[in-house]
Write a protein that binds this ligand. Structure first.
Ligand SMILES: NC(=O)C1=CN([C@@H]2O[C@H](COP(=O)(O)OP(=O)(O)OC[C@H]3O[C@@H](n4cnc5c(N)ncnc54)[C@H](OP(=O)(O)O)[C@@H]3O)[C@@H](O)[C@H]2O)C=CC1
Ligand SMILES: O=C(O)C1=N[C@H](C(=O)O)C[C@H](O)C1
Length: 237
């Protein structure tokens, strides 16, 4: 992702790539190069350190790194609260592809109208985190929509499941994570009511799918100080 983002920025009108920082290199390079915006696609362990460095140095940060759960959101809010008038923006986008952003939105719209909902996310086997950031965010949006509509948790009569064959939970929503060579990034949201099912599926077939969204983030972030979670807020969806 890092390499591909650098290529996308280099090819984008009005943007200039001033630094590339790999593991083991000093993030000070970004300050020395006069970076206005940093894009972080690293690892769940590294992202907060990079974020802290950039925010304290007045650099806006577009974060694509996944594994960004509630603890990291809270730490980012605390970090930004250290200098509330700095105007620095942080965008945390669980998924930069337009199709995935729409899939998440459609899932939240549909979720209150079905008794059952489960998520299946499918990724390449080199992925470090499970569930995917996209699945986690989708589950949160679904849970919020169902709670606001007063819909109960999905029915499930399972009594015996010592080895977690029923998948994991994000709140009340069951998420299944598949890791398979040949895949890129895919997700199905399965919704079920009496006598019918609705399946919403999104497939990123190439990492190029994330680049337009990353560029929107880079171009727009200065107009969005503070923390924003989800690219949909930059797209007025
Ligand atoms: N939001 C979105 O739309 C998308 C998010 N992602 C997420 O982005 C992240 C990166 O994905 P991907 O590129 O596939 O993963 P890779 O493992 O291929 O790349 C991550 C890179 O970051 C490097 N790295 C680790 N720590 C640091 C650090 N402190 N400073 C600079 N570089 C560092 C790693 O180096 P080394 O290998 O030496 O450890 C590695 O080269 C993942 O969390 C993934 O889930 C991916 C696609 C889309
Ligand atoms: O690791 C990946 O590849 C991806 N990570 C993000 C996630 O965890 O949702 C976005 C996309 O699914 C690709």
């Amino acid at each position: 992702m890092g390499r591909q983002v650098c290529e996308a920025v280099e090819g984008a009108e009005g943007l200039e790539l001033v630094a590339r920082i790999d593991v083991g290199q000093d993030p000070k390079l970004a300050v020395e190069a006069g970076a206005q915006v940093a894009v972080d696609f690293t690892s769940p362990d590294a992202v907060l350190g990079n974020l802290g460095f950039c925010v304290r140095n007045g650099i806006h940060v577009v974060v694509g790194t996944s594994g960004f759960g509630p603890d990291k959101i809270a730490e980012t809010q605390a970090l930004l609260a250290e200098s509330p008038d700095s105007g620095v923006g942080v965008l945390v986008a669980p998924n930069f592809s337009l199709g995935a952003v729409l899939m998440m939105k459609f899932a939240a719209q549909a979720a209150p109208y079905f008794e059952s909902v489960e998520i299946v996310e499918l990724h390449h086997p080199d992925k470090l985190d499970a569930p995917s950031g996209t699945a986690r965010r989708t589950a949160e949006l679904i849970a919020e929509a169902r709670e606001a509509a007063g819909v109960a948790a999905s029915p499930d009569a399972t009594e015996q499941d010592e080895d977690h064959h029923r998948g994991g939970k994000v709140g009340d929503v069951t998420v299944h994570s598949v890791r398979l060579r040949g895949l890129v990034a895919h997700q199905e949201v399965l919704l079920g009511g009496v006598g019918e099912t609705l399946t919403l599926r999104h497939d990123s077939l190439d990492r190029a799918s994330f680049m337009p969204g990353v560029l929107v983030g880079v171009r727009e972030i200065a107009a969005h100080p503070g923390l924003t979670v989800g690219l949909e807020h930059y797209l007025s969806l």
